[in-house]
Design a protein around this ligand. Structure first.
Ligand SMILES: NC(=O)C1=CN([C@@H]2O[C@H](COP(=O)(O)OP(=O)(O)OC[C@H]3O[C@@H](n4cnc5c(N)ncnc54)[C@H](O)[C@@H]3O)[C@@H](O)[C@H]2O)[C@H](O)CC1
Ligand SMILES: [K+]
Length: 480
């Protein structure tokens, strides 16, 4: 688990109804419990809190410790800067207590002259996962002051030693970190306390994942993703259009390569058409379409592309030569099913429904969510890529972990929602997300748009309406 997962889990926990106050209470209580387990009671404790949630954990720990210990809380910084509701809530409680002494150290002048010689334990709740760069004043002076007592007082850091990973960091005896160890942490002992996360959070895709996936990379045109959609045939033009329309809400530029025979049916200015000669894709189009892919950040291939032998060969040849992350969807999956080796060394997401999964891997996913997830994980591992199995609960795996998405409703069975999904996954790849996150968040947004449509129209809506609902779903996520 990485530090970034902390924020994703917190948002997803909130989405499950676990509020940040509970997490902070459990975090602070955990710190207090470990301190008393390790050092006993009747301690003289100095808690140093910053103005972020790391400090908030310190407020909670100070309150819990005050029950059987002598506690002084040093707020380092301006109390007006205490940011989150849950930290402020715990600060206000502390200010109302006589049995916790509070000293506000607004700037480093007050810190340099501090004498901490009388304390048995010093709690470092200055900086945590929200640290950016070298510690700035007055936090920096507080870190240096605490370090004067390393080896004399016991020093316990909340979540991580403040200042980590810079060299100006608290010399803690250990850190009490939350729920799980983080792969970025090293060089200090960690004691892990759980703060109430359910197992669900390992697997459930939520607004936390989506918020991270939707971060815009740059301000200039084209920096926020360019997607190439390859699809359409003499029989279908709607599918690749839906894919392109949906993607257009997330990335700057969408190019749609399709046979000119059906391309003339597309008049939407949001989609940049790149028609190819004839009625279906064939090997003769390979060179020009690979060139188009070079100018894109990601590719979706398959929607409405048809099952002509020549076309399936084109699809396999294209995949073999394409150097961009790809979504392979719909008829493209059937082309790939005939020779999975074309996927070797590629970055890709396959987006089968149960029937296409069977065509690809020879067995239909059956049984409980976990049983299906294990099968998806096994197959994704075999082809070393990401498989998004669409269903009432979408299941996503990269062969090592598995996620599931539970947004969406029966209205999504209408034709074309898979095309919309492929567009969202492709767009998220083009925004720079890895295939697991792109597939997971694509499924989440697709279903969320469907749920928002259902609120308005009931369960009868078209895929084009679904595509047009994407920006509202994105807005809902960013406001969460
Ligand atoms: N799920 C969990 O693990 C939980 C963790 N909790 C605690 O929350 C902190 C993260 O809180 P956050 O507010 O995001 O950030 P910090 O408190 O770490 O710091 C932000 C604070 O500090 C200022 N700041 C940032 N960088 C610097 C710097 N280099 N120098 C000086 N000041 C800096 C910034 O302006 C903010 O004011 C996590 O570590 C846990 O302790 C939750 O309480 C419970 C769930
Ligand atoms: K800390």
């Amino acid at each position: 688990m990485r530090i970034e997962d902390v924020y994703i889990w917190d948002i997803n926990a909130k989405w499950l109804g676990i509020n940040p106050y509970q997490l902070m209470e459990n975090a602070g209580a955990g710190v207090a419990r470990v301190i008393e387990e390790r050092f006993g009671r009747d301690l003289r404790v100095a808690v140093f809190s910053g103005t972020g949630n790391n400090g908030g954990d310190g407020f909670v720990a100070a309150r819990h410790l005050s029950f059987e210990n002598d506690v002084t809380l040093f707020l380092v910084g301006d109390e007006a800067k205490i940011r989150s509701e849950e930290a402020r809530h715990n600060w206000e409680i502390l200010k109302g207590l006589n049995f916790v002494k509070i000293k506000v150290l607004k700037d480093s002048a007050y810190i340099k002259s501090l004498d901490l010689g009388c304390y048995d334990v010093i709690v470092d709740a200055l900086l945590g996962a929200g640290t950016k760069g070298e510690p700035r004043e007055p936090i920096r002076s507080a870190i240096e002051k605490i370090n004067e007592y390393a080896g004399k007082a016991k020093i316990v850091s909340v979540d991580l030693p403040s200042g980590y990973p810079s060299n100006v960091r608290v010399k803690a005896d250990f850190a009490v970190t939350f729920q799980w160890d983080k792969e970025e942490y090293e060089g200090f002992e960690r004691v892990i306390v759980k703060i109430g996360y359910p197992r669900e959070l390992y697997h459930l895709v939520g607004p936390g994942d989506a918020k991270f996936a939707l971060r815009k990379k740059g301000e200039h045109k084209g920096q926020n993703g360019k997607l190439l959609v390859i699809g359409g045939s003499e029989d279908y033009f709607g599918a690749p259009y839906l894919t392109s329309k949906a993607a257009g809400y997330l990335v700057d530029l969408v190019y749609l390569a399709m046979p000119e025979y059906s391309a003339k049916r597309i008049t939407d200015p949001d989609v940049i058409l790149r028609p190819v000669e004839g009625r279906n894709f064939t090997g003769e189009h390979l060179g020009e379409v690979l060139k188009l892919a070079e100018k894109a950040d990601a590719v979706v291939i398959g929607p409405g592309i048809g099952l002509a032998e020549e076309t399936k060969k084109f699809v396999r040849e294209f995949i073999k030569r394409c150097e961009r992350p790809m979504v392979i969807d719909a008829d493209g999956l059937k082309a790939v099913a005939e020779d999975l080796s074309v996927l070797e060394g590629k970055t890709f997401v396959l987006t089968p429904h149960a029937g296409e999964f069977k065509v690809l891997f020879g067995e239909k996913p059956e049984g409980s969510l976990e049983e299906k997830a294990k099968l998806v994980m096994e197959k994704a591992g075999q082809i070393d890529g990401v498989v998004l199995l669409k269903g009432a609960y979408d299941i996503i795996s990269n062969g090592r972990v598995w996620k599931y998405n539970r947004t969406g409703n029966r209205g999504m069975t209408t034709g074309g929602t898979g095309d919309v999904l492929a567009g969202l996954v492709g767009a998220l790849l083009a925004l720079g997300n890895g295939p697991l996150r792109a597939a997971s968040v694509g499924a989440f947004l697709n279903g969320l748009a469907g749920d928002m449509l259902k609120e308005e129209l009931g369960e009868n809506f078209t895929a084009l309406e679904l595509a047009k609902k994407v920006p509202v779903a994105v807005k809902r996520v960013l406001e969460f």
